[in-house]
Design a protein around this ligand. Structure first.
Ligand code: NAD
Length: 355
């Protein structure tokens, strides 16, 4: 059975949870609000269901509440940042603010961010940039239990390595909703398997292999250890091409940032670290803001003029589904399955809080 909450109610409960785990009030509120926004955006995989994992990571010592980003390398429009194992929602936002200051000065910024604890929904950071009229690209690796198989590989070797591109649409009075492409390079996000497993659902064929490398539709293979003590794995999206992009995210987000790549046997640590390469560009600084805007709008209008394919509701641009979900869920509330809620209640007990 599912429970229903209003967003504010969930944000308040999670704020109490993170405060009980040691976060100062503004940090607790910011992390809670970020997670609830993921639920509002339709991405329950990156919403409040992550909170128990964060609490375990704090208890385990892998996530440090009240940490901030440290600038370790500064060459004007190039910045090297260390997230110092702080909440990704906090150090990721601070990283973007550092980048924005450089974009104002130099027109663009390339930054790396290492040792951030889970950054959550990467689109959140792209949305911060497009709000300012800037383009934002993100290549991210995940250091945690390796849940994604290499193309033609038979076990998990790396994480769900998300990639995100935010592009503002139009200028001044012609401003439209932005393009925000934000996805895991696995067929689906690992968190979606947790949600499906908690709901007792099976998943699309072609999404998963089991602990022996055989195809399966049971999401539990990547959520709980299997008969031989090992897990199954998610497949990369887009066959060899998606796999290539996942590797690029590992190399750019992990190796280039200094946060590190994954090349070890799986462990049961609860912390999840992200490394990110971010690139933020002001189109005005390239001298093409006017034509960029005109050409972008012309292309989008051309796409939207396509007739609906039979049985579909027509062409959408990345970012539209999340905005539609926000409208709907802000009004109708957020559904939380019983298992997810029970995990949150248990987490509260771990830090002495009755939820
Ligand atoms: P998804 O498959 O639901 O959607 C991906 C993208 O496709 C979005 O930009 C969305 O706007 C767009 N989209 C969806 N339907 C569309 C349609 N019909 N037409 C056009 N565009 C459409 O996303 P996902 O792969 O499950 O990822 C979910 C979230 O998980 C993302 O926010 C991602 O950043 C996050 N994530 C984070 C980590 C981490 O370690 N921090 C790891 C993996 C994923």
């Amino acid at each position: 059975m599912a429970l229903h909450f209003q967003a504010q109610e969930l944000e308040d409960q999670l704020t109490r949870l993170f405060e009980a785990a040691g976060s100062l009030a503004p940090e607790a509120r910011a992390v809670a609000s970020n997670l609830v926004l993921a639920n509002l955006s339709g991405h329950d995989s990156h919403g409040i269901g992550m909170a128990p994992r964060y609490i375990d990571a704090i208890v385990e010592g892998g996530l440090s509440p009240n940490s901030g980003v440290r600038v370790h390398t500064d060459h004007g429009m190039l910045l090297g940042l260390d997230g110092q194992r702080g909440f990704g929602q906090i150090v990721g936002t601070q990283a973007m603010e550092h980048a924005f200051e450089r974009v104002r000065r130099h027109g663009a910024c390339i930054f790396s961010l290492s040792h951030a604890h889970h950054l959550g929904r990467i689109g959140h950071f792209a949305e911060m940039a497009v709000e300012r009229g800037w383009i934002s690209l993100h290549f991210v690796n995940v250091r945690s239990r390796p849940v994604v198989a290499a193309w033609q590989g038979g076990d998990g070797r790396f994480g769900t390595n998300p990639c995100c591109i935010g592009i503002p649409m139009g200028l001044g009075a012609d401003r439209r909703e932005p393009f925000v492409l934000d996805f895991a390079t696995s067929r689906v996000a690992q968190g979606k398997m947790r949600v499906a497993h908690n709901k007792g659902q099976s998943v699309e064929p072609g999404t998963l292999i089991d602990e022996h490398g055989h195809p399966t539709t049971r999401p539990g293979v990547v959520v709980v250890p299997q008969s031989n003590g090992r897990y199954g794995a998610l497949m990369p999206f887009g066959e060899h091409k998606g796999f290539g992009l996942a590797v690029a995210c590992e190399l750019l987000g992990g190796a280039l940032s200094g946060g590190g790549t994954w090349h070890q046997e799986p462990n049961d640590h609860r912390s999840v670290y992200n490394g990110m390469l971010g690139i933020v560009i002001d189109p005005h600084a390239l001298g093409s803001a006017e034509s960029f805007s005109a050409e972008a709008l012309a292309f989008v209008d051309w796409l939207k003029a396509s007739p609906d394919a039979p049985g579909t509701d027509g062409v959408k641009l990345a970012g539209e589904p999340e905005r539609a979900a926000r409208l709907q869920r802000r009004t109708c509330g957020i559904e939380v399955d019983e298992n997810t809620w029970a995990e949150i209640v248990t987490s509260g007990a771990k830090v002495g809080l009755k939820i």
